[in-house]
Design a protein around this ligand. Structure first.
Ligand SMILES: NC(=O)c1ccc[n+]([C@@H]2O[C@H](COP(=O)([O-])OP(=O)(O)OC[C@H]3O[C@@H](n4cnc5c(N)ncnc54)[C@H](OP(=O)(O)O)[C@@H]3O)[C@@H](O)[C@H]2O)c1
Length: 307
């Protein structure tokens, strides 16, 4: 029995539909039903944790995505365990999105789209891959894959993480002590960090000041990583030349938000990459089986570390 647990009714509906489509043999239920009392595993997206805590058999809170910030890990401890979804198609999707983002800045499309509106014929210098330094913050499931692929294509790539990484032709920088050194040479900065206490509001004025003047920013982590006003100041002063934003503090982004009309910002509606729903269900069902049979769970989150 898998519990579908989301405080967002539209997500609950979609999850029920995909379980019925891809796994009709698996019994599912929702909170506030007698069957929910039997559920060991919950497929979660912003669940009502207080409600889940009433369910005596529940042990595994399974995110339907790579991120787990919607589970409020600070509130969770034994017997609860948390898993997330990791998938190759998901990695490839993120790489495709970021290849577009890197080329957008590398080949000055940010200027050309703007110029086209004003019918301005002006060529910008063609920059090669080899002369661009790309910094990837977060070298986990997504970041390491992206950093390696960009390095293989010939970009200068450096990555920032909590522990040292050994990736071919990717320079590894670790922790706060090496943050300024990591940032100093980046032409394009990519955020692929998880949202934790340590990374909340990390992208602020101080961080942007440590970048090379005119660097570009691609934001694919979580909205709460970014201090909105500091981004706007960095763009307005020219410290940043442009930003592509895929994640926001409040989603969907309000129609009145200033990002939409900002000439140096491209907004995408949290679409950088999604894991196929069939893969999401497969991992949840597999982990539920592992839990039942006492096997190790796959892609389990370290609750003390927060990611
Ligand atoms: N926009 C989208 O469509 C989309 C899609 C998928 C994922 N995402 C987001 O992408 C982000 C990355 O996901 P992931 O699955 O790659 O995460 P992950 O596998 O958990 O990797 C996290 C990486 O960040 C590093 N890190 C964590 N805290 C740090 C800190 N305080 N200082 C320095 N490095 C730190 C970790 O270092 P260590 O390796 O040393 O532990 C690790 O390399 C998440 O925010 C996720 O929600 C967005």
């Amino acid at each position: 029995m898998i519990l579908i647990a989301s405080s967002r009714p539209e997500v609950e509906k979609i999850l029920i539909k995909v379980f019925e489509k891809y796994a009709p043999e698996i019994p599912i239920t929702t909170p506030n039903t007698p069957q929910a009392l039997q559920a060991r595993t919950a497929a979660c997206w912003f669940p009502d944790l207080a409600q889940l805590k009433q369910l005596p058999q529940l042990q595994l809170l399974h995110s339907i995505a790579a991120g787990v910030e919607h589970l409020d890990l600070a509130q969770l401890h034994a017997p609860y365990r948390v898993c997330r979804v990791l998938d190759q198609v998901h990695q490839q999707g993120m790489l495709d999105y970021l290849l577009w983002g890197v080329l957008y800045f590398q080949r000055a499309f940010n200027h050309y789209f703007d110029q086209a509106q004003q019918r301005i014929w002006q060529q910008h210098r063609q920059r090669s891959r080899q002369e661009l330094c790309i910094g990837v913050m977060g070298l986990g499931h997504m970041g390491a894959f992206v950093a390696q692929a960009l390095a293989d294509l010939g970009y200068q790539v450096r990555g920032w993480s909590n522990s040292t990484k050994q990736l071919l032709n990717v320079q590894s920088f670790v922790g706060r002590n090496q943050q300024a050194k990591f940032l100093a040479d980046c032409d394009i900065l990519i955020n692929l960090l998880p949202l934790t206490d340590a990374t909340y509001a990390l992208f602020d004025q101080q961080l942007f000041q440590q970048l090379k003047k005119g660097a570009a920013f691609i934001h694919c982590g979580r909205g709460q990583h970014l201090v909105e006003q500091d981004l706007l100041t960095a763009l307005d002063t020219g410290q940043l030349s442009g930003a592509i934003l895929d994640v926001f503090e409040h989603e969907p982004l309000a129609p009145t938000h200033s990002y939409w009309q900002h000439p140096k910002i491209v907004v995408t509606p949290h679409i950088a990459s999604h894991a196929p729903m069939s893969a999401v269900l497969k991992q949840i069902i597999d982990n539920d089986f592992r839990l039942q049979s006492g096997q190790d769970l796959r892609h389990e989150v370290d609750l003390t570390r927060g990611y």
